[in-house]
Design a protein around this ligand. Structure first.
Ligand code: FES
Ligand code: FES
Length: 212
């Protein structure tokens, strides 16, 4: 059984250890605060440096556009959420469906799988840039309007840009060739027959326009 003196010593020891504990918490709290402050300061320092690297100029639909794009940002993301060009659709976001197709230097690409920073010196064309400045539809767009080839039309911008890109390499395709040309694009409504009919009509309009 402990005597009164050792009980007092025990209490003093507990008080000291409690005081030490509280002091430790406060100290570590300050330490944490300082660390997070320093961390934030370091991050914000980096942020300023990064911003310099992230601000880039893109050439989209015939216009120079300044944009703040992270290094890992995809072109589809930049076009839709930074430049407001929402005609470019996101479906799978992993290079499977083609709904994000845009032309880069006249070649169709899945913009969900292209990093924005890699297209700085290149010409990007989205569905919004296909019509003439006076509002006249591109021949392929007109073909789609005339044949009413899509149901929900979510896949339409991707199909049209893919077709425009393909028709630059083969302006007078057979139906089968054109089907192969846009085979990287999927339609969830399964409207392929009418889509092909409208794209073939668009190809015909393109040939007529080039001979006009
Ligand atoms: S969203 Fe890019 S291929 Fe599907
Ligand atoms: S028309 Fe609906 S996804 Fe193609």
């Amino acid at each position: 059984m402990p005597d009164g003196k050792s009980l007092t010593n025990d209490r003093v020891a507990k008080r000291i250890s409690r005081r030490t504990f509280i002091k430790g918490v406060i100290t570590s709290g300050i330490a944490v605060s300082s660390t997070s402050y320093l961390f934030r300061a370091t991050l914000s320092g980096q942020g300023t440096a990064l911003l310099g690297e992230r601000l880039i100029t893109l050439y989209v639909n015939g216009q120079q556009r300044r944009v703040d794009a992270a290094k890992q940002e995809t072109l589809a993301w930049t076009l839709r959420y930074k430049l407001g060009l929402t005609g470019t659709k996101l479906g799978c976001d992993r290079a499977e469906c083609g709904s994000c197709t845009v032309l880069i230097d006249d070649v169709p690409y899945y913009s969900c799988s292209v990093l924005t920073h890699t297209v700085r010196a290149r010409k990007v064309l989205t569905i919004e840039g296909l019509a003439s400045p006076n509002g006249k539809l591109h021949p392929v767009q007109q073909g789609v309007v005339d044949e009413q080839g899509f149901q929900c039309a979510y896949c339409m911008p991707g199909f049209i840009t893919a077709a425009v890109g393909y028709l630059k390499t083969n302006p007078n395709p057979t139906r089968t060739e054109l089907a192969h040309g846009v085979s990287g694009n999927l339609c969830r409504c399964q409207d392929y027959d009418k889509i092909l009919t409208s794209l073939m009509r668009g190809a015909e309009y393109m040939r007529r326009a080039s001979h006009a």
